[in-house]
Design a binder for this molecule. Structure first.
Ligand SMILES: NC(=O)c1ccc[n+]([C@@H]2O[C@H](COP(=O)([O-])OP(=O)(O)OC[C@H]3O[C@@H](n4cnc5c(N)ncnc54)[C@H](OP(=O)(O)O)[C@@H]3O)[C@@H](O)[C@H]2O)c1
Length: 280
């Protein structure tokens, strides 16, 4: 039996994908989100009691800390924890230590891609942790991802993920500003998107978000709240690396406007709406 903790937007998509092939026991803090799964646990403790390999998909490192306290209250010797949460680069090192001292194996495994690639097993997965544990987790990771990068060094997967999400946020913001400008200059949105996707805007970001922008459907796959968390973590990484990141600051503050406007739970492609409507 495989354990799954955290059934948010991407957690649910990944858990559903795994459940096509494997028996799962799931837990989510808000119980209603576990609807549709056959084995729903009452607590994270119950999940680790019943499963030898347990996936986490939680909002941030504070959530991982809270849930880990509960997991670590049990005897988890030999168990593998695969943490797909996008974590803080320093906190993730602490998680490696905590699980190691409990005799368990912690794989830091942030994922690149969103709900649709997760549903189709098309994610890119970055993994840091012990090789032996990684090899045991590999069949499950392969069900979720098309490209898997393995690094032995703890923290490396998380650093790479944070750097990737800075590019994601910056690229989306650039596309949003470009489309908003084009419209203001009298060019229809459809035409702008078509030219950009055959020009400098051609990217996985535009491919993934094109329909959302054209139809102004900001239903959440990856929330602005989540992206701002990642950009803040990336900023902390920059502070620790003593590297100035001016673009990170601009992009982060741009998305942070969503909190003032009560739009932070929307998909991050809603940055287009924010830039257009609030003349940013
Ligand atoms: N969505 C994406 O496209 C995507 C892509 C790549 C990576 N990620 C990363 O994957 C993780 C999950 O993303 P998501 O989009 O699924 O987020 P989400 O929809 O916001 O879900 C967050 C999950 O964390 C749980 N949670 C939050 N705080 C908790 C706590 N203190 N104790 C227990 N559970 C807690 C939530 O439980 P409740 O339901 O009770 O609130 C929910 O299950 C994040 O780290 C995100 O950065 C997401």
């Amino acid at each position: 039996m495989i354990g799954w903790i955290g059934l948010g937007h991407i957690g649910r998509a990944m858990a559903e994908r795994l459940s096509e092939e494997y028996e799962l026991i799931v837990w989510n803090r808000t119980l209603e989100k576990a609807k549709g799964f056959r084995n729903v646990a009452k607590s994270p403790e119950e999940v680790v009691e019943k499963a030898d390999i347990v996936f986490l998909s939680l909002y941030d490192s504070n959530a991982v800390e809270e849930v880990s306290k509960r997991i670590l209250s049990k005897d988890i010797k030999g168990k593998i924890i695969v943490d797909t949460t996008t974590n803080h680069h320093r906190k993730v090192l602490r998680f490696h230590e905590l699980y190691k001292s409990a005799g368990a194996h912690y794989l830091e495994s942030p994922v690149i891609g969103s709900v649709i690639p997760a549903r189709n097993g098309q994610l890119t997965i970055l993994v840091s942790g012990e090789k032996e544990a990684y090899e045991k987790a590999l069949p499950y990771l392969e069900k979720l991802g098309k490209k898997i990068f393995y690094f032995e060094e703890p923290g490396k997967a998380t650093k790479l993920k944070l750097i990737n999400n800075f590019v994601l946020g910056a690229f989306m913001a650039a596309l949003a500003e470009a489309i908003a400008l084009g419209e203001k200059a009298g060019i229809p949105r459809e035409e702008l998107v078509e030219v950009l996707e055959n020009g400098a805007g051609n990217s996985v970001v535009l491919k993934a978000k094109k329909e959302k922008i054209l139809s102004e459907d900001y239903s959440t796959h990856f929330s602005i709240k989540n992206l701002v968390k990642d950009l803040s973590y990336a900023y902390d990484l920059a502070l620790d690396a003593n590297k100035t990141v001016p673009l990170n600051a601009v992009v982060r503050e741009l998305y942070r406007v969503a909190f003032e406007k009560g739009l932070e739970e929307l998909d991050f492609s809603a940055i287009y709406k924010i830039i257009r409507e609030f003349s940013l």
